[in-house]
Design a protein around this ligand. Sequence first.
Ligand code: CA
Length: 471
Amino acid sequence: MNFQNSILLGSALLGSMGISCKTQKKSTDSNQPNVIVILADDAGYADFGFMGSTDLETPNIDRLAQDGVIFTDAHVSATVCAPSRAGLITGRYQQRFGAECNIPPHNLGVDTSEVSIASAMKKQGYHTSVFGKWHLGEQQEYHPNSRGFDEFFGFLEGSRSYFPHEMNDRPGDPHEIQHNGKHVDFNGYLTDVLGEKAIEYVEQQKDNPFFMYLSFNAVHTPMHATKEDLKRYEGHPRQDLAAMTWAMDRAIGKLVNKLKKEKIYNNTLIFFLSDNGGAHNNQSSCLPLKGWKGNKFEGGHRVPFVMSWPKKIKGGQKYHALTSALDIYATAFEIAGGEGSPGKKLDGVNLLPYVTGENVDAPHEKLFWRKEGMAATREGDWKLIRVDGYGYRLYNLDRDLGETKDLQLAEKSQMNSMKMSLENWEEGLMAPLWTEDKNWNRVTFEIHKALMENRKSTIHSPSDLNVAEQK
Ligand SMILES: [Ca+2]
């Protein structure tokens, strides 16, 4: 089935589901750039050439970074997949609407009163699409097509096989690949397929301003790669990750080439980032940061983050002040001609005036994180971590990027001021609408405790808890 046919089929299906999917009018404002948000999954802070990796190859992403701005102190709003994505697509701290924890239950998702970035861009006349992992709710009201995305090709769950899979690909399963609600039988390797679909979409929409959210599940587990890519990295100590990263880079390279071929690359605003820190189980590296996916040390939430728009942003820049994935929404919406917020008050800001030098202040004085009993805040170079039932740590990242020297006694006034500012922020939040599994919460607590004590954690999953209890 070609893409045009599949769009018609999808539209017919959506029509029968009572969902509006009108074709967007061609914009009269030719200056509106296309916007593409490329999200990697569980990629390590250090695992791209432009972030200093010497053993993983990412030539295409590196070129993209070179064409734009690299944010060196950029953060996602959560250290695990679903809440991080909830923040990204709403431009708001996800704890404000109860999406604080991972993996929404079958019947829940991102509160429908939140206006997604796709809905915001549609208001500006954009055609909108998402390719890949969703992870923000499975029911019809939480489905991408109900949240402002004209096109959805991907899967609703948090991870799946990269190859066709008997269980994942059962029609109706939330892991199945679908196109606008309709089951799709795909062939080949999913990272390549998502890249191809993104290119087909560009071909379809190249004459209109479009918004694309390209949400790779790479390099999340399972560690699946093609034979050819694995062969390229034979003997590599991180063979699977290197091969998966190479495939994602290849897909991004092909997409950028398509934009260049169509002569729309210069007026396309592209973001590239990871949804959280490298995971403990996917061979990733967050060095020189401490911690990894799921915890409140920098390795959990500081991510590689690039913004490129050759027409308006000078390439080869590094930007060092605090920035957030929450800023993507405000930036895209304002650059598309939007003013203020299309819904509730955004927590992110438009980054453009900061990277052009028009605004010399920092986009954020403070950033905050919380998932149930574990919370953190940044204020400039200061970092405070709070673990309920255990205590606090205060670090100065300028002198101690690896978060090892606790300054809470030596810097009492800083400690008290940040503690209070975290509590003030929490007053604007609600209780989580769903919570983490109890055992996973204990695992996360034990990891924080070990890292706060500058010990290696011996516990990484609930099965490790059982072993520890038997000792
Ligand atoms: Ca993730």
